[in-house]
Design a protein around this ligand. Sequence first.
Ligand code: GCV
Length: 843
Amino acid sequence: MHLSRTFQGVLLAAAIAASARAEDGHEAWLRYAPITDPTILAQYRNLPTQIAVLGDTPTEHAAGTELQRGLTQMLGRPFTVTYGLGQILTSSNAILVGDLESLDKMYVKKQKLPKLKPESYMLGTRNNGAVSQTGIIAADPHGELYGAFRLLELVAANKPIPTTPVTESPSAPIRWVDQWDNLDGSVERGYAGRSIFFDAGHVRPDLARASDYARLLASIGLNGLTVNNVNSDLTTLEPDKLKEFALLAEALRPWGIGMSLSVDLSSPQVVGHLSTFDPLDPTVIAWWQKKTDEIYTLIPDFAGFVVKADSEGRAGPSQYHRTPAEAANVLARALAPHHGVVLYRGFVYNHHLDFHDLKADRARAGFDNFASLDGTFEPNVIIQVKHGPIDFQVREPVSPLFAALQHTPQAIELQTTQEYTGQQRHMVFLVPMWKTALDTDLRANGRGTPVKEIVEGKSFHQPTGGFVSVVNVGLDTNWLHSPLALANLYGYGKLAWNPDATSEQIIDTWTRLTFGNDPEVVSTINELQLNSWHTYEQYTGNLGIGTLTDIIGIHFGPGVGSAENNGWGQWFRADPKGVGMDRTVATGTGYIAQYPKELAATYESLATCPDDLLLFMHHVPYTHILHINKTVIQDLYDEHYAGAATAATYPMLWQKLHGHIDNQRFDQVKALLTYQAGHAIVWRDAVNDWFATMSNIPDAQGRVGHHPDRIEAESMTPTGYEPIDVTPIETASGGEATVCKQALCTLTTTLKEPAGNYTIAVQYFDLRTGASKYELLLNNDPIADWTADATLPPAVVDLHLDGHTSTRYTTPAITLKPGDILTLRATPGANEPAPVDYISIQR
Ligand code: GCV
């Protein structure tokens, strides 16, 4: 089929119009921005405008359309596409896209075709005078699609198309994402709006966004998507629901994304009305078989089941004294004839641990529950193991289970949605953290066994395995709320395809694709992102202390003491003398013995345990000297100050990009980075104050608890404002704030600062319920005003003034002199009493 000239014109015009449109982030890294630099355009001068796709499957159509759209848009000339062997052009001047089977059919004289692993492709170009041959030769249509996206990525990043063909293969067969979407449309730990798949108990009628999501996933080489929460709705497997899921699978299919479902092991009872869900009961076995067959009649390429059982209140085989292997194998046998797999989660633990018991340890649970079952699983069961033994904390060692399962396929579970790492309100580029886990060499059996090679199946010769990440995109136009957070999804896909890719390579390409190739833009964003994990760790919790967030709440802001003294087992066991979980074999929980010998020895000894995991492995006095020759407590104070100081530079660094990128995303990111800079101070002060009180050891630099630049709201002269205690106490300066009890309130103070230029920051609390209005007046003249209408987590209504809702407004360059009168005037919003913590005045 050849496109008419008119249609080509329309396509080109549409492409140009698209480039001028405001950038709302929906296109993510697939923007295909027009290339205007003639030198760069010249690189692709010989790229033929005809795309010949040899096959005719939906996935090959997706590849062809994508190439046509992307190349037309970027290169500013119309590309045409044909499908099927019947359309082969006589001229060799074309971009040829085909799989080995089609090529074999195409050649009359049999050629020697390359050998390619499933999903792989070969990409290259050859210029012969005016004739150019560019080819994507793939093992199968999936490979063609990945090759097409690779070619587009090279052009978008202004890189040359290789003249010596390169072959690319995925690291492992499982490259999935999990969404924790509930059928009612909410998303567990989702920070970017409601579900793109479900609403009010049903699959959404319009699945355009689901299909756009599948396109994004395919573009980074991913191939599976679990659409519903691992805390699975008990009705998931009802026949009517399955028919709806089939529509969803259809929307994903052209992009090579297989759909899977999270299932609850009590389904035979709840959905099937059996008297039991004992996995070994013959009626239960038969039920799973029949149910699985029913699914495959509706969804022939169904990818499999994900199972969360005996964990955080979910039903499981333990109820019948059966093992995870006995349960997983029943599902696996039902799936095997259809080539489906079971991803059984290793996240099985008791959340009612006795915190008085110094030997109790949640970190032990994965190994304790699964290691002895190694070798007893069906070959199509894959154990899905969270990268650390606890739960996606900012710093954890890798799970020792990876080394223990040597006869069982495994997949590493990562988390793109930033549950414990700032919920997409903080920039935290997680790829360096994931690489730290993937590169950790467990030295199983005394030889090199990095985690990446274990999950790829290389270390222990497993036929399958791979990668899963919990992503939780939502209805926010830009998928993850922050344009910068998309780097994590992109990076996850790139690592799942090739875990040897470096963080630098990944971020560099992502930035170019997302924000353009302007060197200032590329270097600024790369630098910001690459250091962000370290910075976040510094101002939240360093030294491997674990989470200091509100553990029984929403896991966002600081809530230091909440991790202690409850059954969840995320303890850091601080007391007036010391801090840290003793996981040693000698005196602690014995967790360290779960690692292979060499690594266990490194962690067991204080002399060799790395500082950044010290408090994960050991309980030490606050005065313990680190390898960096500083006490634990002083390092904790210093790192919190250093991290907050780095975050304070983010808005200024970003400002340099004004005019270099579109205003819409510039403003969005600026607002987020400004918020982060303020919230980093909330974190810094909460953690430092808490530990200063607990340890009773002052900060050698005299900063903690001393804030000469602050005017506490409760010390100002109020009209209508009243003081209120804040809990946890460390989340407000001095433990107190003020709230407005009238329609309009003021706080006033007489300034004593020497004459000069100052930055004024107002620390206040922004609740989701309302939008209070604030004004700052100097000697009765307005100098600033703002509205407290941020959409901070929690998405649920929470009326608390605490570490989640504390935020700040900053206004720079205000000229002050002694005796000036500063007034804050506020109008409360609905259920939001215009709360204020303090005002800071700094040079
Ligand atoms: C889906 C953590 C999260 C839970 C999540 C659980 C899991 O505990 O806080 O929201 O539940 O992990 O991974 O199953």
